[in-house]
Ligand binder design. Sequence first.
Ligand code: LCS
Length: 405
Amino acid sequence: MDSTTHPPMMHPETCVIHGGHQRDPSGALVTPLLQSATFAFADCRTGGARFAGEQTGPIYTRLGNPTTDELERRLALLEGADDAVAFASGMGAVSAVLLGLLSQGDHLIVANGLYGCSHALAVEQLPRFGIEVTEVDFADLASVQQAILPNTKMLLLETPVNPHLQAYDLDGVMALTTPPGCLTVVDNTFMTPLLQKPLSHGADLVLHSATKYLNGHGDVVAGIVCGRRELTEVIRGVGRKDFGAVLSPHDAWLILRGLKTLALRVDRHCQNALKVAQYLEQHAAIAKVYYPGLQSHMGYKLLGNQMRAGGGVLAIELHGDYDDALRFVDSLKLFTIAVSLGDPESLVQHPASMTHACYDPEVRRAAGISDNLVRLAIGLEHGDDLLSDLEQALVATFADKELER
Ligand code: LCS
């Protein structure tokens, strides 16, 4: 099937495989990998016409590459956007959005609890360029409204929030009164377009660390931004052409391969995560489980309208202190201690000393990231094997303490 014969609307399960595909003249079933930095022009006038935008066609991979273009078309279709721009990392995507669209004198509002490097970029780097930044709890929309100033140009949030999965009501965010031209940007990494489509709720841009579920195999670092063409053109020009965070065509090709199983993988991640969350919620050693698929979680009410399921990540607080949390993490055998998510392997990490270590400790605690919070990124293994591993690790952690079960 080539892009000209696509039915106009595809189900997401079909779109992850066929969306935006342009069949190669060779007839290759799989999108060819054009691992080339530059592209030859038939003659000098052709080169000039491409630079002038009078003729389409590749010039130089930092400006565009046919393999990467296919990934961008597919993600744009999945998110319901006009266009998408791929980057060398999720942070490349975040920085392209912030530095491409904000200028000196502008005000940015970010949700507290953002992924540590997004937080650091916003609160430590942007003020150096004369951009004012305020962090607000997006669960309290009245306080977001109060923080909005006449020069507020952008709201940036993740939902659910890394790492405690607090989920924010996108319809409520979109109903806030903002100055004309103020953009709402949603980091959809934890959900993927299969579980949540922020643009359909009125967001202006959606971005991903494609390192996670979109690629899904733990072997690529990448990012992508989707939205209206008038915005993506600026983001592509500034973030990729000028700042240079270009995705390798080989990595784009790997993501295209990984994407084909996204729907299957996301379903399995969600099933396993729900099973683990339900098991841990009733466990005497666990004080709190944060997972939007549990009725006890504030995100549960958004299931159905905004989120199709709770996703593959959950966070827990043990009955115990910082040392107990570390002992528990060290006792796991099937879970790997590593900072990522969306991989086939289940991963575990300790946000206070790892992904969110760069926060000021007071700000971190205020954002709900306690010292004994542990994040589990649930993989694709058999759920029962995950439960066995968690059980043996909890027993090992509390071996010397009496557990009331
Ligand atoms: N946005 C979110 C929500 C993330 O979780 C991450 C990385 C990024 C953006 C940045 O993407 P990257 O540049 O790494 O592709 N999150 C990580 C995490 O939770 N553990 O390790 C990285």
